[in-house]
Design a protein around this ligand. Structure first.
Ligand SMILES: O=P(O)(O)OC[C@H]1O[C@](O)(CO)[C@@H](O)[C@@H]1O
Length: 554
């Protein structure tokens, strides 16, 4: 659904935000906190087992009102309903985006183009449960009758990042019967390293590819199969060791996967939203099906919050609109994700794909060029490590980089006083970003250290930390299947809301196709004697191809 004829930046709500930003430009957040002791409690909301302190943002209550007026003007509530209803919100591919259906265990019917998909979702979950049970109870064993010890998941992009994040995040819930490894890259080092560590008699391979056409996944799967066959396995035993998850059954069968070993995917689930489907099998195998269902139920709790909560108290909506505030009105180009939890270390990488593949777009749903910025660059890394690395730029660099701090109140690992120290670090970073240190304070500190007035004048400017840098703090009691599910779902919906305002299709990814198309011709030229000029190229590519070929011919 496009937003009609009024261009986004001409909307009265947009213009109101433009002038409102001018009003706020010279107000420091420090002063906002000083003037309003209730600020923290006024800008604190909870939902789906998570809580959000968004008081450290360049905003007032009026800003929230204005941002939500824009959201309503752009039809956010209607689009949320359209998503949950199964409308074709992925307009360029003419399909719904129904990842929410994968975690809705209410049994309520949901129709996609006239077919009720609920039974299929339930059947697949039950098949997953049966499979997990068969493997864990050793009814399904390796070809020499030994129990499986390792699962190798082969997939890339959404068929990799989400499951890997969740496997790591829920490490305390691993039952210990199976190790889990991920292979994504076409860099042979990755699969070589994994295969060195596993035993062909006791390794189960999951080939994870919605399309079953992805070069990296297919090549790695062939390598895995060859390795199995060269290390004691036979062709008819492949079925005991190879399972696929795909929406392209014929190709998986062509590859040699037994039809009974194929779990379905559907075109109404986008790759980057697929960890909730059978693509989550490596997770289910390592944490057990009950915990996997708890993950789904946590995500579902966030879905219900998102669907049923007014925008002003709605975590995904508030985070989306604040992100958009900096992206479109304050010139922020990047956004950083800072989990203060080792278990969540792969969250930035997952959110990078989720957000950048969804909203890295330049035209509206109608194909008109955007006249404003769409999705920002997403990056990040675990605290406190980042504090001793890139946080310097957050504090004193020239760029505005909004940050999300994410921290559980409790740890799974009570080690000395580490957790309280970690928590202190998290709070001190967000406080320092907000408050900063002005010139007078810097000078006073140096004076107290006994420095001369000349030295103070020289050094003080370097010690100034401007502050007024925005951040959110997201809290959860503990990293559990439920809270991790809710956290990921929260960011999915945040991305969706921003895409609505920017009027882009957040569920396609045409931009990744050109490189794939060109890759085929270049691979041919690198490996066989294809004449230069036989297809479009450029002198740089030609030169690098010659260089590679001459290196490998000597
Ligand atoms: O699951 P598939 O079809 O192998 O695709 C893997 C990934 O490749 C992409 O299409 C990008 O190339 C992602 O959107 C997707 O998650």
């Amino acid at each position: 659904m496009s937003q009609g004829s009024v261009p986004l930046t001409s909307r009265p709500e947009w213009q109101a935000l433009t002038s409102h930003k001018t009003e706020l430009e010279n107000t420091h957040m420090r002063d906002m906190f000083r003037d309003d002791p209730s600020r923290a409690s006024r800008f604190f909301i909870s939902g789906g087992g998570l809580s959000l302190d968004y008081s450290r943002n360049r905003m007032t209550a009026d800003t929230v009102t204005k941002l939500m007026a824009l959201a309503r003007g752009c039809g956010v509530p209607e689009r949320i309903e359209a998503m949950f209803r199964g409308d074709h919100i992925n307009v360029t591919e003419k399909r719904p985006a129904l990842h929410v259906a994968l975690r809705d265990t209410s049994g309520a019917p949901l129709h996609v183009d006239g077919t009720n998909i609920t039974p299929e979702v339930e059947t697949t979950l039950n098949r997953m449960a049966q499979f997990v049970d068969d493997v864990l109870s050793k009814r399904w064993q390796g070809h020499t009758g030994k129990a499986f010890t390792d699962v190798v998941s082969i997939g890339i992009g959404g068929s990799f990042l989400g499951p890997k994040l969740v496997s790591e995040a829920l490490r305390p819930y691993w039952h210990g019967q199976l190790n889990c490894h991920y292979v994504a890259n076409i860099d042979g080092t990755q699969i070589a390293e994994v295969l060195r560590r596993v035993n062909p008699e006791t390794t189960l391979f999951l080939i994870q590819s919605k399309s079953f056409r992805t070069q990296e996944t297919l090549e790695n799967s062939k390598v895995a199969r060859e390795w199995f066959l060269n290390n004691g396995g036979s062709q008819d035993q492949v079925a005991k060791h190879f399972v696929a998850v795909t929406a392209n059954t014929p190709e998986a069968v062509n590859f040699g996967i037994a039809e009974d070993n194929i779990f379905p995917m559907w075109d109404w689930v986008g790759g980057r939203y697929s960890l909730w489907s059978a693509i989550g099998l490596p997770v289910a195998l390592t944490i057990g099906m009950d915990n996997f269902r708890a993950l789904l139920s946590g995500a579902n709790a966030m879905d219900q919050h998102f669907r049923n909560t007014p925008l002003e108290q709605n975590l995904p909506a508030v985070m989306a609109m604040l992100g958009l505030w900096y992206n479109n009105f304050w010139g922020a180009e990047t956004y950083t994700i800072l989990p203060y939890d080792h278990y969540l270390r792969s969250l930035p990488a997952h959110l990078q794909q989720l957000d950048m593949e969804s909203n890295g777009k330049s035209v509206t749903q109608e194909g008109e060029p955007l006249t404003y910025q769409s999705g920002p660059i997403i990056w990040g890394g675990v605290g406190a490590n980042g504090q001793h690395a890139f946080h310097q730029l957050l504090h004193q660099g020239t760029r505005l980089i909004p940050a999300d701090f994410i921290i559980p109140l409790e740890t799974h690992n009570q080690v000395a006083s580490h957790h309280v120290t970690l928590f202190a670090n998290c709070l001190s970073q967000s406080r320092a970003l907000m408050s900063g240190k002005n010139l007078n304070e810097a000078k006073a500190e140096l004076k107290a250290e006994g420095m001369s007035p000349e030295e103070i004048d020289k050094l003080a400017p370097h010690k100034v930390i401007p502050g007024n840098k925005p951040s959110n703090t997201l809290l959860m009691d503990k990293s559990t299947p439920e809270t991790v599910g809710a956290l990921i779902a929260l960011y999915e919906h945040r991305t969706f809301v921003q895409g609505i305002i920017w009027d882009v299709d957040s569920f396609d990814q045409w931009g990744v196709e050109l490189g794939k198309q060109m890759g085929k011709g270049i691979l041919d030229r690198l490996t066989v004697d294809t004449a230069e000029g036989s297809e479009p190229s450029d002198s740089s590519t030609d030169n690098l191809i010659r260089l590679f070929r001459s290196h490998h011919s000597s």
